[in-house]
Design a protein around this ligand. Structure first.
Ligand SMILES: [Fe+2]
Length: 366
C-alpha cells in the first residue's frame, strides 16, 4: 500500500487500485498543538463545525511525511505510517492468533505475581498469552480477602453483576446458584443470560483443603472448529438459532437471546454460550428441533469429553483469569467435610485487558 500525489489530490494505492483520499478526512487529522491535545490525543476542534468544502492548496510528500496546506489556511504534517494504519479498522488484539488446545495441553500459562506487576513487561507477556490460550494463572497472589477487586481494578475496572462486585465461591445453605454448592459443575460459560455477557472471569483461590474440587477448562474455540469441520450441519444450526437464556432469583429476572456459537460479521468465531441449566430453545418445527437437539447433544458431548478438558487444582494464591467468551469452566465435586474450599471471583471486560495491553505495548515500545 502506498500514498501518491496528483494535482493537489492525495491517492492511496492498494492491490493495484488507486483511490482518492477525501481532503476532509485529512483535514480532520491535522495534529498540530493548536488542534490536538498532545497528552490525550483528543481533538481541540469539532470537525462537524468545519466548512464541508475543504480543499488542498499545496502538497508535499517525502519518505515519511505528507505536508498539506488546506484552503482554510490550516497547515499540517502527517506521518505516512499513521495514515496507512487507519486503512484497517481491525483492532490490533485481533491479530493475536488463538492457539487451539485440548486435554494434552501441559503448559498452564503460569505467571508469578509480584507487586507492581501491572506496570511490568511480564504483564504484557501474560496478557498476550491470555489472548492466545484464553486463560492464564497467576501464582503467589496475596490471599487477602477482596484482593481480587484490587487485582481486577489494576488491569481495568471490575464489571459488577447481580452477584455483587465480587462473589465468594464456597458451599453455603440455600444457594441461588449451583456454584455455591459442593456439587460437580459441568463445563459452562457464565452469565449467558446477561447483555452484554461479562467477558473475563477472575477466580482467586484463598483456601483449598479438599482433595476434590479440581478446576476444569475447555477451549470452546477448539470444539467449535472441530464441529465446523466434522459436523457442519450441527455447526450451522448452532450458529443460526437464538436460544433464550434466563436467570431468576427473588430480586431479578435476567433474559437474553443468543446463538450457542456466535460468529462475528466475518463469520469468524466470536463467542460460545453453554449452560444447559439455563437455556430454552425456541419453538420451531419438529424437524428443525430434532436437528437442533442432535446438535446440542453433540456439542455437549464434545465439551464434556475427556479429549478437550484440562483439570488442575487451584492452590491458595493462584488466580485464574479466563475468557468467558471462549472457554468453558467447571469443577469436580468435593466433600465439604474435608475442609474449606474458598475462592473469590469477579469479572472484567475486554476493554480492561485491551487497554492495559496497548498501554504496556506503548510503554515498552513493543
Ligand atoms: Fe461458572
Amino acid at each position: 500500500m502506498k500514498i501518491e500525489l496528483s494535482n493537489n489530490k492525495v491517492f492511496f494505492e492498494k492491490e493495484g487500485l488507486k483511490k482518492e483520499i477525501h481532503p476532509f478526512w485529512l483535514r480532520e487529522r491535522v495534529n498540530e498543538e493548536a488542534f490536538v491535545d498532545k497528552a490525550t490525543q483528543q481533538r481541540l476542534f469539532d470537525p462537524t463545525e468545519l466548512e464541508k468544502n475543504i480543499e488542498i492548496k499545496k502538497l508535499n510528500l517525502s519518505e515519511k511525511f505528507l505536508e498539506i496546506c488546506f484552503n482554510d489556511g490550516v497547515e499540517t504534517k502527517l506521518a505516512i505510517q499513521s495514515i496507512l494504519k487507519e486503512f484497517s479498522n481491525i483492532n490490533d488484539i485481533k491479530f493475536i492468533e488463538k492457539i487451539k488446545w485440548d486435554s494434552s495441553l501441559k503448559n498452564l500459562n503460569y505467571f508469578d505475581f509480584k507487586e507492581n506487576i501491572f506496570e511490568e513487561k511480564i504483564m504484557y507477556d501474560a496478557l498476550i498469552n491470555f489472548y492466545k490460550y484464553g486463560f492464564i494463572i497467576f501464582k503467589n497472589v496475596p490471599v487477602q480477602n477482596n484482593f481480587i477487586v484490587n487485582f481486577a481494578n489494576s488491569i481495568g475496572s471490575v464489571r459488577r453483576t447481580n452477584f455483587g462486585e465480587f462473589f465468594n465461591v464456597k458451599s453455603k445453605p440455600n444457594p441461588n446458584d449451583l456454584a455455591y454448592t459442593s456439587l460437580a459443575l459441568a463445563p459452562h460459560t457464565d452469565n449467558p443470560y446477561r447483555n452484554p455477557v461479562p467477558c473475563i472471569q477472575l477466580l482467586h483461590c484463598i483456601e483449598n483443603k479438599v482433595s476434590g474440587g479440581l478446576s476444569t477448562l475447555v477451549d470452546g474455540y477448539t470444539v467449535t472448529e472441530k464441529l465446523k469441520k466434522n459436523f457442519s450441519d450441527y455447526y450451522k444450526i448452532l450458529t443460526e438459532i437464538k436460544v433464550r437464556y434466563q436467570f431468576i432469583d427473588k430480586n431479578v429476572i435476567l433474559e437474553d437471546w443468543a446463538e450457542m456459537i456466535q460468529l462475528d460479521e466475518n463469520k469468524k468465531f466470536k463467542q460460545v454460550r453453554f449452560s444447559p441449566r439455563l437455556d430454552f430453545v425456541p419453538l420451531m418445527e419438529k424437524e428443525k428441533l430434532e436437528l437442533y437437539y442432535s446438535a446440542r447433544n453433540k456439542i455437549s458431548e464434545l465439551y464434556n469429553s475427556d479429549d478437550y478438558r484440562i483439570e488442575f487444582k487451584l492452590t491458595p494464591g493462584d488466580l485464574l483469569m479466563m475468557d468467558n467468551y471462549r472457554l468453558l469452566h467447571g469443577r469436580t465435586s468435593y466433600d465439604a467435610n474435608e475442609g474449606e474450599r474458598f475462592l473469590q471471583g469477579c469479572y472484567i471486560d475486554y476493554d480492561s485487558t485491551e487497554g492495559k495491553l496497548k498501554h504496556l505495548q506503548r510503554k515498552f515500545n513493543l
